[in-house]
Ligand binder design. Structure first.
Ligand SMILES: C[S@@+](CC[C@H](N)C(=O)[O-])C[C@H]1O[C@@H](n2cnc3c(N)ncnc32)[C@H](O)[C@@H]1O
Length: 261
């Protein structure tokens, strides 16, 4: 498999993609001199903003994409590690942060217990994840992946959505021992020039998964078919208002309970 991430394509909608990051950041309380991890940090530009805003002493950005990390710049208490989130472990952190990355990982119950276990007493967890799986921009890709034309080159792979309903996260955080929490779902409205810009949007995110698994030739065919379906299924509106659901969650552990799960 190749590394499907393309920093330039991802950055095409930088302003729109950064808005939820800033909303998530507002939920956190500073941890002067503290230890922070940014899981799925991408190019690391927002990791620096996180580090400074939280007044942390050390922030580690974790990402498995060589292409994304090649744009990162360590320094001033921020460093980066190439690693899979599933293999990363830590103890006693003040903040575990993740913006637009955990939607790529399965089994959120096990995952969130594990992330909470990386926090020290009173530690904060802050996560933002897209929850737009019912929009045609996402369903079209998965429907295409199931067609005989792509099922074979994909080896039968179809991306499963691991993101749960917002209520599910509120209950889970309470069970884990987050004494305080702030969990919400928000719709971000993106003013795109037309439906074709939706294709550009997902090329920088969702479709990276299929790009990863298909050879260049098959990916180009997949993209052409995807685009054709987008133009059929989405209204021919200019501008096209792309409504994008996201879950933002924040929790703070009690200062006494130890996480064992
Ligand atoms: C949509 S980008 C978000 C990047 C950054 N957090 C931001 O807000 O700009 C998702 C990032 O998560 C990373 N990622 C996805 N799954 C991962 C995993 N299992 N381990 C490490 N990184 C992962 C990807 O490589 C990608 O850089």
């Amino acid at each position: 498999m190749t590394d499907g991430w393309q920093p330039k394509q991802y950055a095409r909608f930088r302003v729109e993609r950064e808005e939820p990051f800033h909303d998530l950041l507002k939920l956190l309380q500073p941890v002067k001199g503290g230890q922070v991890v940014d899981l799925g940090c991408g190019t690391g530009s927002l990791t620096k903003v996180l580090h400074e805003k939280l007044e942390a002493s050390e922030t580690v950005g974790i990402d498995q994409s060589e292409a994304m990390l090649s744009q990162s710049h360590a320094g001033g208490g921020v460093r980066f590690e190439k690693a899979n989130i599933t293999a990363f472990s830590a103890k006693g952190l003040d903040v575990v942060f993740s913006n637009a990355a955990l939607q790529w990982l399965p089994d959120h119950e096990t995952l969130f217990w594990r992330l909470a276990g990386m926090l020290g007493d009173g530690g904060q967890l802050a996560v933002q994840m897209p929850a737009n799986h019912n929009h045609p921009s996402h369903t079209i890709a998965h429907t295409l992946a199931r067609t005989p034309k792509y099922a074979e080159p994909l080896g039968g792979y179809v991306r499963e959505n691991p993101v749960q309903e917002v209520e599910w996260y509120t209950k889970l955080l309470a069970q884990i021992g987050f004494e305080e929490q702030n969990v919400s779902q928000r719709v971000y409205l993106h003013n795109l020039t037309g439906p074709l810009e939706v294709v550009e949007w997902v090329k920088g995110s969702l479709l990276t998964d299929y790009r990863n698994r298909l050879g260049q030739e098959d990916y180009e065919k997949f993209l052409a078919d995807y685009q054709e379906r987008i133009l059929t299924e989405l209204p021919d509106e200019h501008p096209y208002l792309y409504a994008f659901n996201r879950i933002l969650l924040w929790g703070r552990l009690t200062t006494t309970r130890k996480i064992t799960g």
